[in-house]
Ligand binder design. Sequence first.
Ligand code: IMP
Length: 467
Amino acid sequence: MTVTIVGSQLGDEGKGGIVDVYGDAVDIVARYQGGDNAGHTVVEDGEEYKLSLVPSGAIRSKVGVLGNGCVVNPETLFDELDALRERDLDPDLRVAARAHVIFPYHRILDGIEEDAKSEEGDLEAATTGRGIGPAYEDKVGRRGVRIGDLLDPETLRARLEYVVPQKRALAEDVFEIETGDAFDVETLFEQYRAFGERLREEGMVVNAGEFLSDAIDAGQNVMLEGAQGTSIDIDHGIYPYVTSSNPTAGGACTGAGLGPTAVGQGEIIGIVKAYLSRVGTGPLPTELAGVEGHTPGYEPPGESGETGRAVTAGTLQSDEELANYIREEGGEYGTVTGRARRVGWLDIPMLRHATRASGFTGVVVNHVDTLAGLDEIKVGHSYTLDGEERFSLPGTTEQWADCEPNYRAFDGWPDQDWAAVAEGGYDALPENARTYLEYISDELGVPIYAVGVGPGRSETLVLEQPF
Ligand code: IMP
């Protein structure tokens, strides 16, 4: 069977940790979209692993697959594999022949287009700069290079000879930058042919859809691991401040090469962070305070508001202080970029939208420990838009920016020994935390499968085993 893990918010909900928690029964972990823009942190025996491309299950001796819906930077791929091998892990990783390749020119074009969008007036998405959007553009524009092509020098050369001059012209004539090796056919051919050789030597390239469905037919358990989150999905997110793929469950079908029946017969688990965090631009109705350069129209306060690390939960007054506190407690800095994340209260309309778009069969709520110590915890229960109460995301990002959240307040819960809570089970959770969790579950009409109360696997309370 399959279990699909989907981010229900804006990415960084702690999906990697949950893949790991449920990993015991898993044979294969497959990613179905995205590339090295994703950042997952997995803690194993006190060791922290930060991965951006390799699926998180691969550190636990599961077979990892990068599905055809992924965009793969071979340089990152081999760097991560080599780094894991240096730490005595030997992940068995397969890559779809149909996955698309990220080239150095994609990264450069990603950066210069962001600059151009910024100059044109706040249109940039604050991308991770990994070339994700430009690589997907080439895929849809039918001029991309696929992993399978790297193993076939003739095809690789032909593809590069077609596409690279176009990219060079775009960079030089439209964006007026100087180009170098990153736009040179011969250099790229040699470098990427060598990646192809290594992929072949290591036996990594597979027909992913067939590989996965054969495994399912043979009774194996497949975890489909989404990257990013629903609100930055290219179709269901806050366009244009989105990533260029489908993190929602539909993406698991197209991006892994499995039918909706295969995915739908399994479980689809939405991962929820107990508050909101966001790396990137665009509106965020329940945002607390803001982050310069990312929050539209935000200007940092003077010294009085900048309380930063020194504050304790009991002394928090302003939204600025709350945001700083949650950011520090939750370690809300980008895994890939190190950027400070924007922070906000939980947004229930966003979660209702995510639950519908992916058809969640269960949710996991993470970071419940991060909110500990706050007197009061708010959630955006609904929005008011043009005088009407709305319970889900409106159809356009501009309307979303005009939404005023209607908050509900919950009593906070004290900090405690969370490892003991995790051991004690659901009833060991503070009563106010249970009230909060039950409200989320009731509003979404979906049961809670697990609760995260810390970063390690042992700090997750598991209520349901999906496999
Ligand atoms: P890209 O995916 O690098 O093109 O970036 C597009 C948008 O998605 C930007 O707002 C990024 O900050 C956001 N994004 C991409 N990957 C992640 C992720 O793994 N977590 C959170 N946000 C992400």
